[in-house]
Ligand binder design. Structure first.
Ligand SMILES: Cc1cc2nc3c(=O)[nH]c(=O)nc-3n(C[C@H](O)[C@H](O)[C@H](O)COP(=O)(O)O)c2cc1C
Length: 407
């Protein structure tokens, strides 16, 4: 299985991650990771911070001459803004400040509505709300995207692609009916809103402008689609092995995500069963050798579903159809139009004002969604086919693909 930890504050020196469980022999370069870091930073509606940072990863361990060693992979992304924050974020004790506590006048004492500031300070006993907001910030997702890029690299070896796009921003919904996945994602990649519908892209941008001018913010919905997945990842035998549940948790853990759907999701509740469940059919296998091709495209062989309303899951396991999950983001919490709050110390009411913030982060969230989904799929993939080297994983995978043909 794949496991990872991240650390780092938004204005600290750097963000770090350690990934454990990646088999030896996987081709992995910093370009694979930097590409997704740049995608996370793109998108209409981001604030000035994204222009400052331009993230680049450094691979500190676990990779030699471009190939993974099977040992833990350590990744670092420096915060380029660190030099402006070193005095406020230093890990060193501050002389004469009573055990290093920051002077009262320099503390953040005004909790912002919609953020972790207030509860985090109450829970951890912090005197300075900065101690909370630095880690609660979505800057943390940089390392989830970095780890996700490693997971994607592994999945790519087996023809599995994890791609995300924006379906909705505020009241504007994209029309992507009839688009094949390749065309859909090609279009989304070219859109400033990561949206496959050019008209909706323009309408979303206009809405973001409108929100920005009004000092307001916007949320929306992104979708992640995983293609090329074999049936049988995850399991029905125990609740915490159900892969749809693991994906829901991973998506819900992204800052500002307030709802997750699998397949038709909430839409299943209003339909009759005959309009929800996917009929099963079978297509004979071709003469080609077994491999990732067995799980590609709408005409792939073996058991298949005539529709994919279930979004690629039955019983917590992948069915072999594309995995389709969606997540809804609440609007960015920090508003130029201030919201009421109460000072942590004086208990006096005030209007929360801000320095800089995104207006809409849904395009970035789609990239983060890809990452967390890729990590869970890669982890489930290694649970099923795991080996110490990529060749061993490949042998295990091909053995299973052959067995599916012999059913
Ligand atoms: C990619 C991304 C960027 C974000 N940028 C900002 C931001 O610039 N300002 C802000 O106030 N909130 C931002 N957020 C949202 C906050 O992090 C979020 O509102 C906060 O974590 C509280 O939400 P929660 O209760 O869901 O954790 C961003 C979220 C994401 C996913």
């Amino acid at each position: 299985m794949l496991r990872y930890l991240t650390a780092g504050e938004s204005h600290g020196r750097a963000l770090v991650a350690i990934v454990e469980g990646v088999p030896a022999g996987l081709y992995l370069t910093r370009e694979h990771i930097d590409r997704d870091l740049a995608r996370r930073q793109s998108g209409y509606g981001r604030g000035r911070r994204m222009q400052i940072e331009q993230d680049r990863v450094e691979i500190l361990s676990g990779v030699r001459f471009g190939y993974t060693l099977g040992s833990p992979i350590a990744l670092v992304v420096e915060n380029r803004d660190w030099k402006n924050w070193a005095d406020r974020m230093t890990p060193e004790p501050v002389d004469g400040q009573g055990g290093g506590r920051i002077p009262q006048g320099e503390r953040v004492t005004r909790p912002r509505p919609g953020h972790a500031d207030l509860v985090g300070a109450l829970k951890y006993g912090h005197q300075d709300l900065r101690n909370v907001l630095e880690r609660a910030s979505a800057r943390e997702t940089t390392m989830r995207v970095a780890v996700g890029a490693v997971a994607k690299r592994l999945l790519d070896e087996f023809g599995i692609a994890v791609r995300g796009h924006v379906l909705r921003v505020g009241t504007v919904t994209a029309d992507v009916a009839g688009l094949g996945y390749d065309e859909l994602f090609q279009r989304a990649e070219q859109s400033e809103m990561r949206c496959a519908d050019p008209e909706a892209t323009e309408a979303m941008k206009a809405l973001v402008d409108q929100a920005r001018q009004a000092g307001d913010s916007l949320g929306g919905v992104f979708e992640v689609v995983v293609t090329g997945v074999p049936p049988g990842l995850g399991s029905y035998v125990h609740w915490d092995r159900k892969l749809d549940g693991r994906l829901a948790r991973a998506l819900m853990s992204i800052q500002a995500v307030k709802g997750v759907e699998v397949g038709l999701g909430f839409g299943t509740a209003e339909r009759f069963g005959s309009q929800v469940h996917d009929e099963i059919a079978y297509r004979p296998y071709p003469g080609t050798p077994p491999g990732p091709g067995d799980f590609q495209g709408p005409d792939r062989p073996g058991f298949y579903r005539k529709t994919n309303r279930a979004g690629g899951f039955e019983g917590g396991m992948t069915t072999g159809e594309a995995i389709v999950v969606r997540a809804a983001l609440k609007p960015i919490s920090t508003l130029y139009k201030p919201l009421g709050s109460v000072d942590f110390y004086t208990k006096e009411p005030f209007q929360a004002s801000i320095e800089r913030s995104d207006t809409c982060a849904v395009p970035a969230a789609a990239v983060i969604g890809e990452a967390v989904v890729a990590i869970e799929i890669a982890s489930a993939f290694l649970e099923k086919f795991g080996g110490d080297s990529l060749n061993e994983v490949r042998r295990n995978y091909l053995g299973y693909v052959q067995a599916l043909r012999e059913v």
